[in-house]
Design a protein around this ligand. Structure first.
Ligand SMILES: NC(=O)c1ccc[n+]([C@@H]2O[C@H](COP(=O)([O-])OP(=O)(O)OC[C@H]3O[C@@H](n4cnc5c(N)ncnc54)[C@H](O)[C@@H]3O)[C@@H](O)[C@H]2O)c1
Ligand SMILES: O=P(O)(O)OC[C@H](O)CO
Length: 376
């Protein structure tokens, strides 16, 4: 099919459930979409049959959607590049893309919700590092976005964040249609960490479901989970409001409630008594939370943030805790009554804010060589 000149070409790298769904969002919004798939057979199925039977069974993809296994051909002429592979393989994929992404006017958009295990970096940081590009060119998309529901064209919203308002606006204008609305902000850290952290709380909720506990336990963990998410993200520079929005609370609700969530599913299997390796063997799609839990706890320790729920998820994953013992608090906590607010200034301890100020003072005292927690 020949391309009409008024339809700009965009490319989606990664043709799993979210990449393909996002391709459909873009195509239904009027873009000429090319998908890049790692496997030639999948590229062929999308290109010819307009189907992705493994990742989106029963969904008809737009007739205009193209797909290829050839990275150079996929990226050639693209006005926006979207990236949706598992976070742990993003760096290798970016390395392969490097020769073809030179045009500095082309935004690079992360659709991923993980942290790189070996570096503890967010995906926008990995993109910036691997492509040596201006951060103003990078955007991230996040929100309550369960792929299959959106592929079925159920109305949904997301947020596009970039340090450049112009980039966020350009991406949001492209990534919208009658059933998908993109909002914008400039809080990349909060938007990205929201997507990472809600996965960990969703694993905890899955564990609770698998064990057979009811709504009180789940509501307690979701609510305290949001406090943990906020404390952590704010300690790293996020705006607290972002965690109350689509990329925080919104995504937390969707992921914790839905049996479609792979993180929730992985947790449920753990709660039913399966061991970590058995869970991995049963999952044939990406559950980012399983890989992000280690890096998040390391980052939390560096920033002095307490994350009892995430800590318990890690203990269950490691086989060091019986899933039946999971609670919104550590049972080893001391007896001192604790305020309910977040640590970042909403309670009398002002924890995260205080620590951020302390780190800034450390940095100044140290002649700008790095805050205490940043040093090896
Ligand atoms: N599925 C959702 O509902 C959803 C929604 C929002 C965000 N996300 C995020 O999108 C990202 C991608 O998730 P997904 O749901 O599409 O995963 P998926 O498991 O459905 O698909 C992953 C895709 O990446 C490919 N892939 C696997 N290993 C690769 C490698 N080493 N190199 C290149 N490609 C590789 C797979 O072949 C597959 O096409 C994740 O970070 C996820 O958190 C997913
Ligand atoms: O299936 P999950 O658990 O990766 O969640 C998918 C999306 O992130 C929900 O917004």
């Amino acid at each position: 099919m020949s391309r009409r000149p008024e339809q700009p070409k965009v490319v989606v790298i990664g043709a799993g459930s979210w990449g393909t769904t996002f391709g459909k969002i873009l195509a239904d919004g009027g873009a000429q979409v090319t998908m890049w798939a790692r496997r030639a057979e999948l590229a062929h199925e999308i290109d010819e049959a307009k189907r992705n039977s493994k990742y989106l069974p029963g969904i008809n993809l737009p007739r205009s959607m193209r797909a290829t296994h050839d990275l150079e051909r996929a990226i050639d002429g693209a006005t926006q590049i979207y990236l949706s592979v598992p976070s742990q393989s993003a760096r290798d994929t970016l390395r392969d893309m490097r020769p073809y992404v030179g045009d500095p006017s082309v935004p690079l958009v992360s659709l991923m919700k993980g942290v790189e295990k070996k570096t503890n970096l967010r995906m926008s940081q990995v993109i910036e590092q691997e492509l040596a590009c201006d951060p103003a060119r990078i955007a991230v998309a996040s929100g309550p976005n369960l792929a299959l529901e959106i592929a079925q064209q159920q109305p949904t919203a997301a947020v596009i964040a970039s340090s450049s308002q112009e980039t966020a606006d350009a991406v949001a204008r492209r990534a919208r249609n009658a059933y998908f609305r993109s909002f914008v902000n400039t809080d990349v850290i909060g938007t990205e960490f929201g997507g990472v952290l809600k996965n960990l709380i969703a694993v905890a909720i899955g564990i609770v479901d698998g064990v057979g506990y009811g709504e009180n336990t789940k509501a307690s963990i979701i609510t305290r989970g949001l406090v943990e998410m906020t404390d952590f993200a704010v300690a790293y520079g996020a705006q607290p409001g972002t965690l109350q929005g689509l990329a925080g609370l919104g995504d937390l609700i969707a992921t914790c409630q839905s049996p479609l969530s792979r993180n929730n599913t992985a947790g449920r299997l753990l709660g039913q008594g399966y061991k970590f390796q058995e869970v991995i063997a049963q999952m044939n799609q990406t559950a980012e939370g399983l890989a992000s839990v280690g890096p998040v706890l390391k980052l939390a320790k560096d920033a002095g943030v307490e994350m009892p729920i995430v800590q318990q998820v890690k203990m269950v994953l490691d086989g060091r805790m019986n899933p039946r013992e999971i609670a919104p608090h550590l049972t080893t906590d001391d007896d001192t009554p604790q305020g309910e607010g977040t640590q970042n200034g909403q309670d009398d301890r002002g924890g995260a804010l205080r620590r951020a100020i302390e780190r800034a003072l450390d940095l100044l005292r140290d002649g700008g060589r790095g805050a205490r927690s940043d040093r090896p």
